[in-house]
Ligand binder design. Sequence first.
Ligand SMILES: NC(=O)c1ccc[n+]([C@@H]2O[C@H](COP(=O)([O-])OP(=O)(O)OC[C@H]3O[C@@H](n4cnc5c(N)ncnc54)[C@H](OP(=O)(O)O)[C@@H]3O)[C@@H](O)[C@H]2O)c1
Length: 401
Amino acid sequence: MKPLAQTPAKAESDTDASTARAAGDIVHHPIASGPLGLDTSMKGKYCIVTGSNCGIGLQVARGLMRRGAHVIMACRNMTACEQAAAVLRGEGLSGSCACRVVDLENPSSIRAFVSQQAQELAVSTDSVGNSGSGRASGVGGDGAAGLRGGQQPQQARRYVDVLVNNAGVMGVPPASDGSDRHLTTNHLGPYLLTRLLLPHMTHGSRIINVASRVHYTGSLSLVSDPNGRAETIRNDTHHWFWQYCRSKLCNVLFTAELQRRYGYESPFALTAFRSSGSGVGVGIGSSRTLEGIGGGIGAHAVSPGLVDTGILRYLLPGQLQWLLAPLRPLFRTPAQGAEVVLYAASSPELQGRNTLFLHDCREKQPSAAARDPRLAADLWRVSAALLGMPEEGEEPGKGSR
Ligand SMILES: NC(=O)c1ccc[n+]([C@@H]2O[C@H](COP(=O)([O-])OP(=O)(O)OC[C@H]3O[C@@H](n4cnc5c(N)ncnc54)[C@H](OP(=O)(O)O)[C@@H]3O)[C@@H](O)[C@H]2O)c1
């Protein structure tokens, strides 16, 4: 695989990074600042980061704000979210943030979040100053649509520049109906969120799915009907580890199908736009043609490495966390874990590239299962069916669940 970023450099200078452990550096290859992405301005970019009240997500929010972005911190625990936002606001970063509630286990909560986002995006450029990213600005573009002197304020629709599907769980018990909450939180919730937000994205927007290298050990099997058409996801393991691995495999497969449908130069998107004219993902709205969008959306799955966060809390309650002490030297800091996310969200290097999977800010070949286009297409269709939504399109807020 061709390395996208090779130059070792300083870690992100977040608070955690200042305490970066030497042992962590053995396996960690921090990316360079400068043209490779860490210094890329995100001024005026509208970014949504799920699960940003702690762990990797919080560092991603911090990094985006440092680059000047407006970050929607999409979290389920508003108290924790507001506390985290207050810390970030107190750091004098050039960007801004706002807290919004979303519970990825609850489709109604996701739909309510997207409806609220739709309203917030439909504001005049005048009232948001230079934070409006304007049409077709994309990541790395010059951002603000702005108003010239003497112009009347006008309604100018803004778009989501970056969606980071970061929130996730590991080691959670099944739901009361026996369903796998790893699948619900780590895949189905982000799938629904992304599908509903696609109409609010534009050419150059990016979707970053925080996956993991454990997807290499994940397997996914879909139950088929007598005609061989996949119908549902087989719940063939009840062990949390394999469920987690499966959910992370779903992250990469979902990314692959996003690329096929809406990625750069996607032939599928071309067909979809030409045949329907509207209503399919990024093509929604009569004035938005494929030509106007000019190629599509960047979708990337990333692996942050082994990171010292609270993700093990479901397996090891607080009083037993000391058991992790011997392993901690192997862990990366959350700021280090966030680097690949920030790179994927902002680097000009990735513009126009359908890079599927990144680890250490380098392109890495994902597992054979993750590269199976049939499996990716089936997962897309089955996920839509499980959520009671059509395979393509859907106006936000009109779903059945
Ligand atoms: N840590 C690692 O070594 C590692 C390695 C590879 C991949 N990852 C991935 O990195 C991502 C972030 O994990 P992390 O290590 O930073 O873990 P973390 O510190 O536990 O953070 C997880 C975040 O997800 C949120 N979340 C969980 N369930 C949610 C739900 N139903 N709705 C909305 N938000 C929800 C959590 O909110 P609450 O605070 O309310 O629980 C928290 O903000 C995950 O996707 C994980 O799979 C982590």
